[in-house]
Design a protein around this ligand. Structure first.
Ligand code: NDP
Length: 327
């Protein structure tokens, strides 16, 4: 079985590559910067049971989410597509289209190229960002796969809108093409060890806490999940026909940011890690100068969490506990 994994340089995608190779798949990774290929092979060799697989069972192609070139060739001869590539910056751009356009266009390109090449099995990396943000924000009951982010809600970030609209586009294509067997994996904030020196924005947030530059933390809650579990759920989804047509929330459980700070401080007592809760008035003041904080201010203090029970039951899945994923 052969699988195209888009965005192969990504934090999550590298773990997907590793697990697919370990399970005997032939893997093709797509990159927009071909020069990254050798570093990825090197990082995989260091973790594979059989390091030779990074050369014999893996090849790379060059693809950009915003350009047509290369997609038909990339999907030729593949059995399945795992589409992970999507822009995920730590701070939000002023113009939401900077994220929405590549996310939505890229998803359409990937799925349409898959259909044209006769590849009918697709697992898409969506997010709880496509689940959590709809009125009323503060709800006692966790959100489930039945919930959708409202891209026009004032608390929806440009990133949240990009993930929601991209996932919507994927389901619209699946509805128009019943032959397409689509599953989405919707991870919470992904923690854990990066494979190599590149890591995405979620681990970047932990690094920011570890550096101790912030005096206090906003009272924000995140669904936390370990990157190895996220990769494992992608592979399990691919291999489990019962997940076709399903959204799978991928979260080990919620943690509030000050709770994360406290867990990190307990593990690294010598470091200056913030644990105090930043008062709302202070956040409001800082947000006037800090666009990253401004975009998340509306969700500070809101109980916005999701429930991965459906995915757990469907896949008989056990998660690494959130605190262990963080450390
Ligand atoms: P990374 O930033 O590590 O990976 C993003 C990947 O997308 C990179 O390979 C990047 O390539 C690629 N990419 C971005 N823009 C383009 C483009 N225009 N054309 C081609 N490739 C592009 O992030 P993660 O691994 O964390 O995220 C991977 C996926 O998981 C994304 O879809 C993200 O939305 C989703 N996700 C992540 C969560 C998290 O907490 N980490 C939570 C929920 C969902 P390049 O290396 O060239 O920049």
């Amino acid at each position: 079985q052969s699988v195209l994994v888009t965005g192969a340089s990504g934090f999550i995608a590298r773990h997907v590559l590793l697990q697919l190779l370990e399970r005997g798949y032939r893997v093709r990774g797509s990159l927009r910067t071909p020069a990254k290929a050798e570093a990825i092979r090197k990082d995989l060799r260091a973790h594979l049971g059989d390091p030779a697989l990074a050369d014999t069972a893996l090849d790379f192609v060059t693809l950009d989410l915003t350009a047509d070139a290369g997609w038909p060739e990339a999907l030729a001869g593949m059995d399945a597509l795992i589409h992970t590539a999507s822009p995920f910056p730590l701070s939000q751009p002023r113009d939401p289209q900077v994220l929405i356009r590549p996310a939505v266009e890229g998803t359409r390109r990937a799925l349409e190229a898959a259909l044209a090449a006769g590849v009918d099995r697709v697992v898409l990396t969506s997010s709880v960002a496509a689940v959590l943000t709809s009125a009323p924000l503060d709800r006692a009951a966790p959100r489930t796969e039945a919930d959708w982010t409202d891209p026009d809600h004032p608390a929806t970030t440009p990133y949240g809108a990009s993930k929601t609209l991209a996932e919507r586009a994927a389901w619209a294509i699946a509805a128009a093409h019943p032959a397409l067997k689509l599953t989405t994996v919707n991870p919470g904030m992904v923690m854990g060890a990066p494979l190599g020196t590149e890591f995405g924005s979620s681990v970047g947030l932990v690094r920011r806490m570890m550096r101790g530059g912030d005096p206090a933390l906003p009272r924000m809650v995140f669904d936390v999940v370990d990157v190895t579990d996220v990769a494992r759920m992608h592979v399990a989804a691919l291999e489990t026909p019962a997940t076709i047509g399903e959204r799978l929330i991928c979260s080990a459980g919620p943690m509030w940011m000050p709770e994360m700070g406290a867990a990190l401080k307990k593990a690294y007592p010598d470091r200056r890690i913030p644990t105090r809760v930043a008062p709302y008035w202070l956040l409001w003041l800082i947000a006037r100068f800090d666009p990253a904080l401004r975009s998340v201010l509306p969700i500070c203090g809101q109980h916005m969490v999701s429930d991965a029970g459906h995915a757990r039951r469907l896949l008989d899945f056990r998660f690494v506990p959130p605190e262990r994923a963080l450390l």
